[in-house]
Design a protein around this ligand. Structure first.
Ligand code: NDP
Ligand code: 8X3
Length: 252
């Protein structure tokens, strides 16, 4: 199959691309850092086709999808993985630019890629879109503010797509992991503070990018009449917690 993965230069996207190449698919590995995609191509061989893409650029998304389809044929599977969290401070302390970057990437970028791929999938009555959501889209936590809200969008958008696609062979799955280490996610979130990022995973045995790649590979093996709407994944070291109660004097 022809599979396009966004955010393939690191973390989940890199592991997903590598895994799907090893299973015989042609993978269009996209991200902004071409040097990292080229290194991945060196590892995976000619089945991995690196392409530069900033998902925030809607015109470039449309042009790249059209270019790939005319050269290689239709995209059968889209993995909307590119995304980021910026900042874990309380909402009232976060620069607006961080919120905008998350909305532009996690919501608008995912929307542009879906808009470019979906009509062809419907016309061919064949396709699968995987969207990377997060447990942050379901469970609020301090500092989750706009990041969690963008992932709530991913969850609901995925379900709404299926509502429009009922009866068609176009599948949509929202993959919603919890704590997952070994990627650039937390370093990006903490604006390059690697020590603080490492503390997030200390003694926790988090999920890994390979676990996410394994899940997509397993889903792809399901029979054609099965659509998994959403998958919530956590390491065994994590579970949903209690509501927060701040014990203090009653407000005046
Ligand atoms: P990483 O930071 O390791 O990788 C993010 C990828 O997204 C990189 O390849 C980066 O590439 C790409 N990217 C970022 N911005 C853009 C952009 N504007 N255009 C194109 N590509 C972009 O993160 P993870 O692999 O950990 O996360 C992947 C996805 O999974 C994200 O959507 C994240 O929100 C979600 N997720 C992560 C969890 C975790 O704990 N790690 C848990 C739950 C969900 P480049 O910089 O080269 O463009
Ligand atoms: C990443 C998981 O819990 O850091 O989406 O928000 S979490």
């Amino acid at each position: 199959m022809n599979i396009l993965v966004t955010g393939a230069s690191a973390g989940f996207g890199e592991a997903i691309s590598e895994r799907l190449c090893s299973e015989g698919h042609r993978v269009f590995a996209t991200a902004r850092r071409l040097d990292r995609l080229s290194a991945l191509a060196g590892k995976c061989g000619p089945q991995l086709v690196p392409k530069t893409l900033d998902v925030r650029d809607g015109a470039r998304v449309a042009a790249l999808f059209a270019e790939i389809e005319s050269e290689y044929g239709p995209i059968d599977v889209l993995v909307n993985n590119a995304g980021l969290a910026l900042n874990a401070d309380p909402a009232y302390d976060v620069p607006l630019a961080d919120w905008e970057a998350m909305v532009d990437t996690n919501i608008k970028g995912l929307m542009y890629c879906t808009h470019a791929a979906l009509p062809g999938m419907v016309a061919r009555n064949r396709g699968w879109i995987f969207n990377l959501g997060s447990i942050a889209g379901t469970y609020p936590y301090p500092g989750g503010n706009v990041y969690g809200a963008t992932k709530a969008f991913v969850h609901q958008f995925s379900l709404n797509l299926r509502a429009d696609l009922a009866g068609k062979q176009v599948r949509v799955t929202s993959i919603e992991p919890g704590l997952c280490g070994g990627t650039e996610f937390s370093v990006t979130r903490f604006h390059g503070d690697a020590e603080r990022a490492a503390r997030v995973y200390e003694d926790a045995t988090p999920l890994t990018a390979v676990d996410i790649a394994h899940t997509i590979s397993w889903l792809l093996a399901l029979p054609p009449h099965v659509n998994i709407n959403a998958i919530e994944m956590m390491p065994t070291s994590q579970a949903s917690g209690n509501f927060n109660i701040v014990r203090q004097a009653a407000p005046a």
